[in-house]
Design a binder for this molecule. Structure first.
Ligand SMILES: [Zn+2]
Length: 100
């Protein structure tokens, strides 16, 4: 993220979706830009397993297909790369109650 660029605040997801890939509860979302809240069709990444996901209309989550990933435009691929770089810099997150 560029210096001075504001990231969106973390928003609690009342829909309490689970990752369709690892089944972890994903009850919060942080936007790449300020003042953004997730909407149906928005893309996201699971903090636990890194799966590329898309919000459904009811703010559930579905995994993106390989064809959808391959067909993403360069700007979206760049945003995913930013997210993966940010995740790589974070300490490992373990869900409560998980084994070491
Ligand atoms: Zn996951």
């Amino acid at each position: 993220m560029a210096p001075g660029q504001k990231r969106g605040q973390t928003i609690k997801l009342e829909s309490s979706p689970r990752c369709p890939s690892c089944s972890e509860l994903l009850d919060g979302a942080t936007g790449l830009i300020a003042d953004s809240a997730p909407r149906g069709g928005d893309l996201t990444v699971c903090l636990y397993c890194g799966a590329p996901l898309q919000f459904t209309e009811g703010l559930g989550l579905r995994r993106l297909t390989p064809a959808e990933l391959a067909g993403m435009d360069a700007e979206v691929k760049h945003d995913f790369a930013r997210v993966y770089r940010a995740l790589a810099r974070r300490p490992a997150r373990r869900p409560p109650g998980s084994k070491q």
